[in-house]
Each structure stands twice: as C-alpha cells, then as structure tokens.
Design a binder for this molecule. Structure first.
Ligand SMILES: N[C@@H](CCC(=O)N[C@@H](CSCO)C(=O)NCC(=O)O)C(=O)O
Ligand SMILES: [Zn+2]
Ligand SMILES: [Zn+2]
Length: 187
C-alpha cells in the first residue's frame, strides 16, 4: 500500500477493553509535555479525514473520539496550549511547541456540546475504545489526495472492518438531525 491511513489502522485494529477506566494523553514534546488526564474510556472513536482534526505526520486520517468534558483535566504545562481556530465549532487546543492537538471543546450551542474531542494515540495506556468507522473520507481529496485512488482507501477501511462515510456515521448524523429538528420545533 502506497499510503498510510494511520499507524493504528495500517496493520489492523486492536480492540479496546470494556473495563478500561482512562489514562493520560501527552503531546510530542520531549521536555515539558502537555498532559491531559481522562477519567474514563472514550466513545465514538473514529477515523476522520477532515482538514481540521490533528493527524500524525504521514497519515491520511486522524483518529478522534469523544469524552464528557467533566472527565478531562489538563494536568501539566497548560500554558503551552493555544486554540488553533477560534471560529471553528470545535475549539482545538494545540501545543504551541510540537503542534499536537490535546483536546477540542465545543463552546457554542451544538448537539455535541459537553463532549471533548481527543486522540487516544497520545496515551501509552492500552484498552481505549478501538475505531468504529471512518468519517469524512472524501475530505482527503480536498487536501490533495488523488481522487482516482479514493476507492483503494475505502477498500483498505473495509478490509480492516470499518465502514466509510463522507459525514459522521448514520447514528451520529441522526443525533445531530434530531437535535436540529427539536430546536426548530419540528419534532
Ligand atoms: N470537508 C471539511 C469537513 C470538516 C468537518 O465538517 N469536520 C467535522 C468532523 S471533525 C471530527 O469528527 C466537524 O464536525 N467539524 C467541526 C469543526 O471542525 O469545528 C474539511 O475537511 O474541513
Ligand atoms: Zn508539545
Ligand atoms: Zn475531523
């Protein structure tokens, strides 16, 4: 394969543990890394091809999951964090020295407000929920991926057991639509 989806996908997926109770995320700085403690396992872990989610060098996809924001605490070197794009729905906090995103938080009214977005590959602990699906696959074309090879990307996801979508998964899109329909008084 001439491309890497992500290091934690390329050789198949390792299943998480139902009894896993959390751990620490660290940025890539060799000195004074930013540390974030998560007091539980993540949910809705997925591969994301969008242009905004942090990806390790050489990877086409990010691996990103959510956790309730009251289960996330910055435990070291918080002063190194800065918001990548203040206008985005998800305010992504990145280390200003190494560029790694430690967490993303939603401040505006949004169906996923109260959930933080995190990358469990930043943890050395084992047992985090494994990726469940691939989202925003076509978005990698916007970032320069050859559209003629996109079927190879979708086939690779299928081969490791992940469905591919060009938005979030149907249950998450349904949850967003339900929230939007209620807000508009249609439901
Ligand atoms: N084609 C765009 C899509 C970006 C996008 O909508 N990303 C989603 C998923 S991020 C995690 O799953 C999203 O909700 N974005 C809100 C935000 O980033 O603030 C692109 O590639 O940029
Ligand atoms: Zn760093
Ligand atoms: Zn994304």
């Amino acid at each position: 394969m001439a491309f890497s989806l992500h290091p934690s996908l390329d050789n198949g997926i390792t299943k998480g543990s139902a009894s896993f109770s959390g751990g620490k995320l660290r940025c890539h700085c060799s000195s004074s890394p930013v540390e974030v403690a998560l007091a539980g396992n993540v949910a809705h872990n997925h591969a994301c091809g969008c242009s905004k989610c942090w990806k390790p060098k050489g990877a086409l996809f990010s691996i990103v999951a959510v956790i309730p924001k009251d289960q996330l605490k910055v435990t070291a070197n918080e002063s190194k964090l800065q918001i990548v794009d203040k206008t985005a729905a998800i305010q992504r906090y990145a280390c200003k020295d190494c560029g790694v995103h430690l967490y993303g938080r939603i401040e505006n009214e949004h169906p996923f407000k109260g959930l933080d977005f995190v990358h469990v590959e930043l943890s050395s602990e084992k047992g985090w929920q494994e990726p469940q699906f691939a989202a925003f696959v076509s978005s990698i074309i916007e970032q320069g991926f050859n559209p003629e090879k996109i079927d190879e990307v979708r086939s690779k996801f299928k081969s490791i057991g992940l469905e591919t979508y060009d938005s979030l998964s149907p249950p998450l899109m349904d949850a967003i639509a339900t929230w939007t329909g209620k807000r508009a008084g249609k439901l």
